[in-house]
Ligand binder design. Structure first.
Ligand SMILES: Nc1ncnc2c1ncn2[C@@H]1O[C@H](COP(=O)(O)OP(=O)(O)O)[C@@H](O)[C@H]1O
Ligand SMILES: [Mg+2]
Length: 239
C-alpha cells in the first residue's frame, strides 16, 4: 500500500515524534519504519507490546544482513516488532556508522515498503542531506512530507531543501497559541513548491507522553488530536 516519508532539512523539528503520532492514529493497518541513516530512537523510547523492552538489534540491521541477495516485501515482517498499543515497528540502525555499509539498501527497501500488500508504511527518514542514496527510498513514496518549525531560520532552510528534494507537503510544528497564523506564514513562503501545508501541534507534554506508556491522557493531547487531523487528510480513499 502507500509509503509515506517524513523527513526534515535541519535541526530536530520532531520527525520521529510526528511519525510515531501519525502511526498511532493511522486509520488503516500501518508499519512505522525507522529509516533515519543517523540511527533509530524508538527502541529506547517505546516499550514492547509485551511490556518488556524492544530488541534494538532486530530491525533494519537484521534486514540489511539478509537482503543482499534480494528483498521481497514479505521479508520485512520477519524483522519488525510490536510496541505498546500493538503498532508494528521496523527499528532503525543502532548508530550512524552502520549506514556506511548499507547505502545499497535504501532503494530496494523503498520498493519493498511501498509494495507491502496489507499495510501502509510511515517511514521516518530523519534529516536529509548527508545520505544522498536515501533519495532512492524517498522516490518510492506516495507522500513525501518535510517537517519544519515555524521560525524564519527553519523555513529558510526548508525553502532551499525544497529546491533539491521534491516533496508533496510540508508539516509545520506549530505553537497552539498561534497555530493558524504559523501555518499560514509558512504556506506563504513555501506554498508554491508543494501541494499542501498542514500543521501539527507543538505540544511538549504530548510528545513526552508518546515516549512512555501511551495512556488515556495521550489520546486527548493536542499532538494526537492534530495528528488525527493530518492522518485523515493523508490517508484518504479506500484501499
Ligand atoms: N510536536 C512536538 N511538540 C513538542 N515537542 C516535540 C514535538 N516533537 C518533538 N518534540 C521534542 O523535540 C525533541 C526532538 O524530537 P524528535 O521527534 O526526536 O525529533 P527529530 O526526530 O526531528 O530529531 C524531543 O525532546 C521531543 O520530545
Ligand atoms: Mg528522529
Amino acid at each position: 500500500m502507500a509509503l509515506i516519508v517524513l523527513a526534515a532539512d535541519k535541526g530536530a523539528p520532531g520527525v520521529t515524534t510526528a511519525a510515531t503520532a501519525l502511526a498511532a492514529v493511522w486509520p488503516r493497518p500501518v508499519l512505522l519504519a525507522e529509516c533515519d541513516p543517523a540511527g533509530g530512537d524508538l527502541a529506547y523510547r517505546l516499550p514492547a507490546a509485551s511490556g518488556g523492552v524492544l530488541n534494538p538489534g532486530r530491525g533494519l540491521l537484521t534486514l540489511g544482513a539478509t537482503a543482499r541477495r534480494g528483498l521481497e516485501p514479505a521479508q520485512i515482517h520477519q524483522h519488525t516488532q510490536k510496541v505498546v498499543g500493538g503498532l508494528d515497528v521496523l527499528l532503525g540502525l543502532m548508530h550512524g556508522e552502520q549506514a556506511a555499509g548499507l547505502t545499497w539498501l535504501w532503494g530496494p527497501l523503498g520498493r519493498s515498503l511501498a509494495a507491502i500488500p496489507n499495510a501502509d508504511v510511515i517511514a521516518d527518514c530523519g534529516r536529509l542531506g548527508a545520505h544522498p542514496q536515501l533519495g532512492d527510498l524517498i522516490a518510492e513514496a506516495e507522500h513525501v512530507l518535510l517537517l519544519t518549525r515555524a521560525t524564519l531560520d527553519h523555513v529558510a532552510h526548508l525553502r532551499e531543501r525544497l529546491s533539491i528534494t521534491k516533496a508533496h507537503g510540508v508539516v509545520v510544528i506549530a505553537d497552539p497559541r498561534n497555530y493558524r497564523s504559523s501555518v499560514d506564514d509558512v504556506r506563504r513562503i513555501v506554498g508554491q513548491a508543494v501541494q499542501y501545508v498542514h500543521g501539527l501541534a507543538y505540544d511538549p507534554k504530548g510528545a513526552e507522553l508518546l515516549r512512555g506508556q501511551w495512556g488515556g491522557r495521550l489520546d486527548r493531547s493536542l499532538l494526537i488530536r492534530t495528528a488525527r487531523d493530518l492522518a485523515s487528510r493523508l490517508a484518504v480513499g479506500p484501499r
